[in-house]
Design a protein around this ligand. Structure first.
Ligand SMILES: N[C@@H](CCC(=O)N[C@@H](CS)C(=O)NCC(=O)O)C(=O)O
Length: 232
């Protein structure tokens, strides 16, 4: 059985991607959650026990170790046809959008880190680069939905491209980010997926607080709500 190593569900956007893909496509796997450790380089040292680059997510399949969320997706795609769309046009588009997410949207990622359990009001003077990232997400999602007919980005079935954008849906919820009608409705559909709801519920139950991620959240705007159970 696959073993997927991940970090805190509240913060770890990279972990969410393969976890959601495995869960929504019904591929049996064992979850191994190792929370972020405190101190300089401490997470890297802890994650090195199972991940060659000291990062999560990392998939183990018997003796095969696959690190990096995109490599995991491609590894799974060799075994499970539902990871990418069967239509070549939709597949090419889904791969482009997935790669764009993997290597892009740095302004949004850095300015609005994933923190599922809190609600934050962003300041009015948000950097233009964040607006540009959101505009591109709106454009990309709207294009996929209209071109392939929805309800998912590359057509009727949930796949890797949806899993890659799932952390954006949590960011939209946390920071009150807005999109056009089609893209906004799609974000809502992602949040309603059974596995997204499970991830979210687990995130709210976490008692770990990682100082770095908490500082980022505080600096990003005004904290409106913290829906997590109290820190342990
Ligand atoms: N490009 C990598 C990024 C992985 C990554 O940055 N993971 C973060 C957690 S969300 C991590 O392991 N950080 C630990 C550290 O930097 O010490 C992927 O797609 O898997």
């Amino acid at each position: 059985m696959y073993e997927l190593h991940i970090a805190n569900k509240n913060y770890s956007s990279w972990s969410l991607r393969p976890w959601l893909l495995l869960s929504e496509l019904g591929m049996p796997f064992r979850e191994r959650l190792v929370p972020f450790a405190q101190g300089d380089g401490a997470s890297w040292r802890a994650f090195r026990a199972f991940s060659p680059n000291g990062k999560v997510p990392c998939l183990h399949d018997g003796d095969t170790v696959v690190w990096d969320s995109l490599a995991i997706v491609e590894y799974l795609a060799e075994r499970h046809p539902a990871v990418w769309p069967s239509d070549p046009l939709a597949r090419a588009w889904a791969r482009c959008a997935t790669a764009e997410m993997h290597s892009g949207f740095a302004a949004l990622r850095n300015r609005c880190g994933m923190n599922c359990g809190v609600r934050i009001r962003l300041p009015d003077d948000l950097p233009a680069a964040v607006h540009a990232d959101m505009a591109r997400i709106d454009e990309l999602w709207s294009e996929g939905l209209s071109r392939f007919g929805g309800p998912f980005l590359a057509g009727a079935a949930f796949g890797a491209v949806d899993a890659f954008f799932a952390p954006v849906a949590f960011r939209i919820q946390t920071y009150g980010l807005t999109l056009g009608d089609a893209a906004g409705a799609y974000a809502g559909r992602l949040l309603e997926l059974p596995a997204m709801r499970r991830w979210y519920a687990d995130a709210l139950q976490e008692t770990w607080r990682d100082p770095g991620h908490e500082r980022e959240a505080q600096q990003s705007g005004t904290l409106l709500q913290d829906l997590r159970i109290p820190a342990g």
